[in-house]
Every structure is written in structure tokens, then in C-alpha cells.
Design a protein around this ligand. Structure first.
Ligand SMILES: [Zn+2]
Length: 165
């Protein structure tokens, strides 16, 4: 990502960024220190990179298609799912399910893991549509997926896992 900085006297405080093709256009106040600006630019780069990654993941892997086939195979097609999408802002959790709204969000980290692990995380979140808590009944449902234990082991080994996955 190339960066072009335009300093302006009129600008007092805010730094503004736009991504045009692969060029990051930065509008910054004249008086802002370079050090401070560099930090801000790093933040912008990260934000745009995440956005790109999400677009990439959404293009490559249609989560709704995958969820539909899992719904058929593991839930007898009984689940009603409103939406399922990747998010790049979720760093400590691999997935989350808003069971009232029937909306599932999957971390972009999962998008880069093997498919059998990804399936587990999606099944886990889908099971929350039936059982909101990690109850015995919940794990009974999730373990319909034969690779559940292996996938949990994989996620634990990959670090940043909360015990809830
Ligand atoms: Zn859970």
C-alpha cells in the first residue's frame, strides 16, 4: 500500500484517509508531528487491510452456502439463520451468535484456518440458535460433528482461545 500525505494549514485536528486503488491518501494538519502521524497512518493501513481481507473472504467462501449445507446435515434443516458473515474486528473470539436475531459472526481468523475447523466453529455458533448456553445439551448437539474434539484442540493450540469455543 503506497501512502501519499497531503498536509494542510486549514486542517486543525483530524486526519482523514481514503484508499484509491492501492494508494492511501492522507489529509493531515500541517502542525501534526510526523511521529504522531505515522502512528495514525499505521492504524488506517490496518483498517483498510482488514476491510480488504473481509471482502476477499466473503468472495472466496460463501458462508451462507456452507451454513445451509451444515443446517441440512446436522440440524435437519430446522434452523432459521438470518445472516452469517465474517468480521475482522473480533480478536478474542472465533465466532459469536446473536440467537435472538439469528445472526452469526465469524472471525476472519477462522477464514484462514482449515475447512474442517471452520465447519466446527460454524456448527458451534449454529448450535447456539438452539441452546444459547454451553450446556450439556449444547455439547450434545455440537458433537454430532465428528471432528469437534480435534477442532477444539486445534483452536486451543492456535493460541488466543477462550474456554467457550
Ligand atoms: Zn459458544
Amino acid at each position: 500500500m503506497e501512502v501519499k500525505i497531503i498536509r494542510s494549514k486549514r486542517r486543525r485536528r483530524t486526519v482523514n484517509a481514503r484508499l484509491v486503488n492501492n494508494l492511501l491518501l492522507i489529509n493531515a494538519p500541517l502542525m501534526l508531528s510526523q511521529e504522531r502521524l505515522d502512528k495514525i497512518i499505521t492504524g488506517f493501513k490496518l483498517k483498510f487491510a482488514r476491510k480488504e481481507l473481509k471482502t476477499e473472504l466473503d468472495k472466496e467462501q460463501n458462508l451462507m452456502d456452507l451454513a445451509s449445507s451444515l443446517n441440512e446435515k446436522y440440524f435437519g434443516n430446522k434452523l432459521r439463520l438470518e445472516s452469517i458473515e465474517y468480521v475482522t474486528t473480533q480478536n478474542s473470539k472465533f465466532g459469536c451468535c446473536n440467537y435472538r436475531a439469528a445472526k452469526i459472526r465469524i472471525s476472519h481468523k477462522i477464514g484462514m484456518m482449515p475447512k474442517w475447523v471452520r465447519k466446527y466453529v460454524i456448527i458451534h455458533e449454529m448450535a447456539h440458535l438452539i441452546e444459547p448456553n454451553h450446556s450439556r445439551a449444547f455439547w450434545d448437539i455440537v458433537s454430532r460433528y465428528k471432528l469437534t474434539e480435534r477442532a477444539r484442540g486445534y483452536l486451543i493450540a492456535s493460541g488466543s482461545i477462550s474456554s467457550s469455543v
